[in-house]
Design a protein around this ligand. Structure first.
Ligand code: ZN
Length: 199
């Protein structure tokens, strides 16, 4: 099932995710729906906060982004992207590389906004699979960027926080507008619950 993506201005995006002790039926369904939602929106990653759940859960799929290469090692072994994607990660923690690299970044919670952002070019991530198995990921390229972006979401951090102040200042008008629209959407949703006819 496709889920509604929460937009900038929604307080859930600033809420830290809760650790998942064990993936129950709700978490499994959520992960499956998040993958469907991400693919439908042509995204390369989606964090639980973006669909309204403050949990340490994210999905990633960079296998279709042929113009922006990635490398991936899983538990120390080189793995082809197609074999590992889409990835579902619970309780991920990142250890960042030291070299910064600039790259274009967008976010499904900020429609039509993208910017150049400096981030470490590599990342090591410890996480758990849905089965609760600990895994270690070493990534470079777009995957390294996507992992950092999504793990930021899980901690309530947004990509605008990673932009240079000049870049953010340049976007301030659009960000304010987005925030206002999201607030109006939520007000409408409060008045008319989904599926209910309003007279
Ligand atoms: Zn995002």
């Amino acid at each position: 099932m496709k889920l509604e993506i929460r937009l900038y201005g929604d307080p859930i995006l600033r809420t830290k995710g809760k650790k998942i002790e064990k993936a129950d039926e709700h978490i499994r369904q959520l992960a499956e729906d998040m993958i469907e939602t991400m693919h439908a929106a042509n995204g390369v990653g989606l964090a639980a906060q973006q669909i309204g759940e403050a949990l340490l859960l994210t999905v990633i799929d960079v296998s279709q982004a042929e113009d922006r290469p990635s490398s991936l090692k899983l538990d120390g072994r080189e793995v082809k992207l197609e074999e590992a994607m889409p990835m579902i990660l619970m309780n991920p923690e990142a250890e960042l590389g030291k070299e910064l690299v600039e790259g274009t970044e967008g976010c499904l919670s900020f429609p039509e906004i993208s910017a150049e952002i400096d981030r470490p070019d590599s990342v090591k991530v410890r996480a758990e699979t849905l089965e609760g198995i600990p895994i270690q990921i070493e990534a470079t390229g777009l995957l390294a960027r996507a992992l950092q972006h999504e793990i930021d979401h899980l901690n309530g951090v947004l990509f605008i926080d990673r932009m240079s102040s000049a870049t953010r200042a340049g976007l301030s008008g659009r960000l304010k507008r987005l925030q206002k629209e999201a607030e109006a959407d939520r007000a409408r949703a409060r008045r008319a619950p989904a599926g209910q006819r309003v007279l």
